[in-house]
Design a protein around this ligand. Structure first.
Ligand SMILES: [Ca+2]
Ligand SMILES: [Ca+2]
Length: 327
């Protein structure tokens, strides 16, 4: 072997771990870098003022799924995000008017996640005003025409259009009963919830969408017991329930009902089962472009209000959790 050839071989041997590491990183990296967040429009006109925009997180090439601090470094003042209402489609843009701020240096509960918030100015172009008004009207409640319109915000690093997927709000704020009630009640029975507590179930939201584009709908059902957690705790104590029974009486779920892919069998997947909070679908967007849209949700509960997303890892939905701010 000539000296130059030997040098080349040595060089390649020296580089091989690096080349291998790079190949491995690329294979594991999501296909795009993108982030999702949410804004809640509480009875406000978009031009009224700056809004609080909560960023949850998203896939980052070479890093996998990031949240809060990892997402903070990607966005800066002046960046624009696309805004989507569940069924109305793109309604406009949010332009960041501040840098990102974490709700706290350390999560107050010692957990892993903390909230990332920005201020944003919203722009609804003339051509999108009609869909925006339609979405706004759909969220009007019987309570003094109060409106709570959750809006999905999406950003891609390469500037491409976010892969938003439309949903259909089947049961929302005005719903009193639902054709999904029986299906949910059947499912609660399998969980051992006593009948008298099933009778008090509330279906809070039902959303239909085809998030994996196989031509079949996934149905998202948010349900819970009618009474609030605090009230029921005292109620149960007075009634002498033991802990095990109490755990079945308090319930709050975000479920997916769907036909198992490649089968005609109905299956129920649990996205969230924390009894102390209620989660609602805010929108769908395929951030990592793997063909299945992520589910962006928002909600509130005891000492908690925030937004999260779920991504499909091929076997189950994995949560990326944020807290505080947003809708
Ligand atoms: Ca589907
Ligand atoms: Ca995806």
């Amino acid at each position: 072997m000539k000296p130059r050839q030997a040098l080349l071989v040595l060089l390649l041997i020296g580089l091989s771990p690096l080349l291998h590491a790079q190949a491995k990183t690329r294979a594991e990296a999501p296909k795009g870098t993108a982030l999702a967040g949410s804004i809640s429009l509480w009875n406000s006109k978009p031009s009224d003022r700056d809004f609080d925009l909560a960023i949850i997180g998203g896939p980052v090439a070479g890093k996998g799924w990031v949240k809060s601090e990892g997402a903070k470094a990607l966005l800066e003042k002046g960046d624009r995000l696309s805004l989507y209402a569940l069924e109305a489609g793109e309604i406009g843009t949010a332009t960041l008017t501040s840098g990102g701020a974490l709700d706290s240096e350390k999560p107050p509960d010692g957990g892993e996640s903390w909230g990332l918030g920005f201020k944003a100015r919203l722009t609804i172009p003339e051509a999108r005003k009609a869909p925006y008004e339609k979405a706004h009207k759909l969220r009007q409640t019987d309570f003094d025409n109060y409106v709570d319109l959750p809006v999905l915000a999406a950003w891609t690093r390469d500037g491409s259009k976010p892969q938003w997927v439309s949903g259909e709000l089947l049961v929302g704020q005005r719903a009193k009963e639902s054709t999904y009630w029986e299906a949910a009640a059947d499912w609660l029975r399998t969980k051992g919830v006593p009948q008298k507590d099933i009778d008090g179930m509330q279906i809070k939201q039902v959303v239909r969408a085809d998030i994996n584009r196989d031509g079949r709908h996934e149905i998202f059902i948010s349900l819970g017991c009618a009474a609030t957690w605090g009230y029921r705790q005292e109620d149960l104590k007075a009634s002498g329930y033991d802990d095990e029974t109490a755990s079945r009486v308090f319930y709050s779920y975000l479920l997916i009902r769907r036909l198992r892919p490649g089968s005609e069998q109905v299956e129920t997947l649990i996205l969230d089962d924390e009894p102390w909070r209620s989660l609602y679908v805010c929108g769908f967007c395929d951030l990592d472009r793997d063909g299945t849209a992520e589910v962006i949700v928002s909600g509130s509960g005891i000492d908690w209000s925030g937004s999260m997303l779920y991504h499909w890892d091929g076997k189950r939905f994995q949560a990326v959790e944020g807290w505080g701010g947003g809708c």
